[in-house]
Each structure stands twice: as structure tokens, then as C-alpha cells.
Design a protein around this ligand. Structure first.
Ligand code: NAD
Length: 469
């Protein structure tokens, strides 16, 4: 853990920054800003700790399983702090904590033992997978805990040490998570550092780091990759998405409307692989718009700590301004708000769940990642045209196809240019699957054994076979 109390502490001194409750728009606590000399010391400690940590896989497994238990035991504190600073409904925070401990368990015992290479030559060749060294992990504010564990669980299981930086909008639950997990590990194996920029840039370009694993937006991903050029550290980037959902002619609109709505609006739409555009057959367009708008009008919006809330606030003021700007631009472009279309007149960063119809295809709410509670529904006349439009983006994270015949929908899904395609649902991920975007949505692979291998390097040993006696 970085110096200081587990999660900041109100009234903490110079060098601390305010953390805002998005349900009120008011600061409620502070977190410490990590100075450059402190960051150097943290990376030095991560190097020192690496020597012991990489040696003993059985001890690593035991420590990571103990950490998973500790996360579960701290579930209530983690979930309520997460909701307070992130805004999401408490039930979603509990689900995020569960996913965090599940990741630790999943990677804890993953085997990366030696592999023989058989190529027919009389040489015994073996790959021995080796860790890389200290890993820098940088994560955004939408799923702070889940994404932190998606970074540190495979990196630690592979025998690396980790320095993790959460978003300055959501530092507190991650600091608490760090103190809970780090207590089960040797000193220096996992350290959380918090602060505003340029802390992330410093960490990404730090000469003591051997792998920078980043989740966030495309522009910041480019900056992170550029920063790692000097050290030539490995770079893994999980970036934004603009996932399309294509509805087919035979779709049962009422039957899928709940699933489709929540695939777009869960976590207030702040999900990299949320449905961000819907393409509906022209004949069904009005029915789809109305089914989604009816759900948008009746979804209970309120503070995440209120058990009735299904949708919380947008996480932060700049993101709210972005959502508002994209919506206003779409309305100015000729779109119609079938539901919402405005910021709610109450304290905090609340935006009415918004369904947009009649949006010009080139409007930024269609071409960019809105990352908020706003969904454009676009009509199409020809399925090829819809597939083309779905793929006509620099992003390539996910996509889905919805229809009565799953095989037919599956054949259309096969044509999507993305990392994960879903049929009749959207956004489900398995811990065991490779998660990777194509095009500008990312570089490298997370999840499953691929996630572990992203934190390992092959070390190959060749030895002539013994001549037969
Ligand atoms: P962001 O890119 O603004 O910030 C992400 C992290 O990078 C934060 O910790 C931030 O403090 C840090 N950062 C900012 N400038 C930096 C710099 N110059 N160098 C190093 N680090 C820097 O993203 P955000 O607004 O926090 O999150 C939203 C974005 O994250 C969306 O684009 C979303 O799609 C994406 N995302 C992607 C995935 C995925 O798995 N593909 C998952 C979740 C979110």
C-alpha cells in the first residue's frame, strides 16, 4: 500500500486531492497524490519484492487465494465505498466485488509450467515461462475494482509485482482493495498509487517498469504507448468501444427489450462494451424505439446507495458534459428524443436515460463513444447495409445480433469486426475467454490463459538428446 490511511481520509494534508460523490456533486473525502520521488521508491520496492515473489508458485497460489478470501470478507465496505465514489447502484458494486475475488481465484492456480517443443530434431527443447518484472497497471473509473483485479490477478499469478494506478475519480475503493489484497502478500508485491496527471504518464514511462497494462480511452492509450517507447516495456491496451446491436426482421421486440435496454444502460452506459448503437429493420424501428423509450422513462434513477435506484449518476462532471454535448448535437442535427434528452434538475451528475430516433448516421453520438445513458436507434432497409454500418468505425470491441433464429443471427454475428460477438444478449464475458479488441479498441489479449501469458515471456532451453546407449 502507498503511504497513508487505507482510503485517504477527510481533511488529509497537502498533496491530497478531493474525491467527489457523483450523487451529490460534493467532495466527501480525499486521496493522497503520489510525488515523483515516492513513485520511484514504490517501483524500487516492486523490483526488490519481485526477487522472492517470482521464485515460489505454490506460495503465490496460497497468497492469492487468501487475498480472494479477504476481498470477500471486506465485500460490504468495498461495495459501499465503490458506490459512493463511482455512483453505480449498490447491487452492481456487490457484483463487481464478487467478480474481483473470482478473478483472484481464477488466476491463483493457473499452471504455466514448462512446455516441450517437438519438431522432430534430436534436440530436447523446452519453453520455461518467466515473469517480466514490475508491471504498471492503469485503470479507468467505470469498473475500478473489477478492472484492477483484471490487471493484477494475472500479473501476480505469473510471478510479477504490480504498481497500480486507479483513476483520480475513483481512488478510494481501489486503495481499500489494495490494502486488503496487499495484506495477504509480501511487502512491495502490490502497491496502489493515487494522484492526478501526470502520475499515469510518469508510471507508464517509468524506466523500472517491464509491462504497462492500460485500460481506458483511445487517446490516452496512444499516450501510454508513446510513453513506454523509451523503456520498450511491453504494452497491453484495452480501449474504448462503439458496439452495435443489429436486430433482425424476425426479432421479438418485446421479448428482447429488457435485455437490450440493460445492455446499453447498465452502469449508466459507462461500459466499454455497452450497446452504443442499435440498428433496427425500418419496419420495426418505431416499435423498437418505443419499447426502449418506455423502459428509459420508467427506470428508477437515483443515488446508488438508494436500494430503489436502477440507474445512478454519470461518474464525473467532464463525462456528464460530454454526454450532454453529444445529445444536444444530435438534437441539433435533427434527432428526436423519444425519452430523456436532458440533464436532471437535481444535485449530482444525473442525466435522464435517453433514447434517440431520427439521428443522422454521421452525428457524433453515433460515430463516437458516448459512454453514458444515451442510445441512438437507427433504421436500416438492407441487412448488408446494417452490417457495413456496424463495422464502419475505428472501434472493434464487441457487437451483437438479435433474432428468433439463433443460427441465422450467428451467421450475421460472424461478419462483425470485433473481439467478442453475442447472440440475443450483449456484454457477458467469461473469465476463461480471451478478451481483445481489434482496430483501435486494443492491443494484446486479456482474460483466460492468454491474460496470464500477456504477463510472461518465453525462455527457451535447447539440449541435445542423449544418444541411445
Ligand atoms: P481515460 O483514458 O481518460 O483514463 C484511464 C486512466 O488513464 C485513468 O487512470 C487516468 O487517470 C489515466 N491517465 C490519464 N492520462 C494519462 C496519461 N497521459 N498517461 C497515463 N495514464 C493516464 O479513460 P476514462 O475516462 O477513465 O475511462 C473511460 C474509457 O475507458 C472509455 O473509453 C472506455 O471504453 C474505456 N474502457 C475500456 C475497457 C476495455 O476493457 N476495453 C474497459 C473499461 C473502460
Amino acid at each position: 500500500m502507498a503511504a497513508g490511511s487505507p482510503h485517504g481520509g477527510a481533511g488529509a494534508g497537502a498533496g491530497h486531492f478531493a474525491v467527489v460523490d457523483p450523487a451529490t456533486g460534493e467532495g466527501f473525502d480525499t486521496a493522497p497524490g503520489c510525488r515523483p520521488d515516492e513513485l520511484d521508491a514504490v517501483v524500487d520496492r516492486a523490483h526488490a519484492a519481485w526477487r522472492g515473489w517470482r521464485e515460489d508458485p505454490a506460495a503465490r497460489t496460497a497468497a492469492l487465494l487468501a487475498a480472494a478470501d479477504a476481498v470477500e470478507a471486506a465485500g460490504t465496505d468495498l461495495a459501499s465505498l465503490l458506490t459512493r465514489e463511482q455512483g453505480k447502484p449498490l447491487a452492481e458494486s456487490y457484483a463487481e466485488v464478487a467478480r474481483t475475488s473470482a478473478r483472484l481465484r481464477y488466476f491463483a492456480g493457473m499452471d504455466h509450467g514448462p512446455q516441450r517443443i517437438a519438431d522432430g530434431r534430436p534436440v530436447r527443447s523446452e519453453i520455461r515461462w518467466r515473469p517480466l518484472g514490475p508491471v504498471a497497471a492503469i485503470v479507468p473509473w467505470n469498473f475500478p475494482l473489477q478492472l484492477a483485479s483484471a490487471k493484477f490477478a494475472p500479473a501476480l499469478a505469473a510471478g510479477n509485482t504490480v504498481v497500480l494506478k486507479p483513476s483520480p475519480y475513483t481512488p478510494l475503493a481501489t486503495r481499500l482493495l489494495g490494502s486488503v489484497v496487499a495484506a495477504a502478500l509480501p511487502e512491495g508485491v502490490l502497491t496502489i498509487v493515487t494522484g492526478r496527471e501526470p502520475l499515469g504518464a510518469r508510471l507508464a514511462s517509468h524506466p523500472g517498469i517491464r509491462h504497462v497494462t492500460f485500460t481506458g480511452s483511445v487517446p490516452t492509450g496512444r499516450a501510454v504507448a508513446a510513453g513506454a517507447v523509451a523503456s520498450l516495456a511491453r504494452v497491453t491496451l484495452e480501449l474504448g468501444g462503439n458496439d452495435a446491436a443489429i436486430l433482425l426482421e424476425d426479432v421479438d421486440v418485446e421479448g428482447i427489450a429488457d435485455r437490450l435496454f440493460w445492455a446499453a444502460f447498465r452502469n449508466c452506459g459507462q461500459v466499454c462494451m455497452a450497446v452504443k448503437r442499435v440498428y433496427a429493420p425500418a419496419r420495426l424501428h418505431a416499435e423498437v424505439v418505443e419499447a426502449l423509450a418506455q423502459r428509459a422513462r420508467t427506470a428508477v434513477v437515483g443515488p446508488g446507495l438508494d436500494p430503489d435506484s436502477r440507474l445512478g449518476p454519470v461518474n464525473n462532471a467532464p463525462q456528464l458534459a460530454r454526454v450532454e454535448r453529444l445529445t444536444n448535437r444530435a438534437l441539433a442535427d435533427g434527432a428526436r428524443a423519444a425519452a430523456g434528452g436532458f440533464r436532471l434538475d437535481r444535485p449530482g451528475y444525473f442525466f435522464a436515460p435517453t433514447i434517440l430516433a431520427d439521428v443522422p448516421a454521421g452525428s457524433p453520438v453515433v460515430t463516437e463513444e458516448q459512454f453514458g445513458p444515451v442510445l441512438p436507434v437507427l433504421p436500416y432497409r438492407d441487412l448488408d447495409e446494417a452490417v457495413w454500418a456496424a463495422n464502419d468505425t475505428g472501434f472493434g470491441l464487441g457487437g451483437s445480433v438479435w433474432g428468433a433464429d439463433p443460427d441465422r443471427a450467428g451467421a450475421v454475428a460472424d461478419r462483425l469486426e470485433c473481439g467478442t460477438a453475442w447472440i440475443n444478449h450483449h456484454g457477458e464475458l467469461s473469465l476463461a475467454q480471451p478478451f481483445a479488441g481489434t482496430k483501435e479498441s486494443g492491443v494484446g489479449v486479456a482474460g483466460g490463459p492468454w491474460g496470464l501469458h500477456g504477463n510472461l515471456r518465453p525462455f527457451v532451453v535447447h539440449r541435445p538428446e542423449e544418444a541411445p546407449a
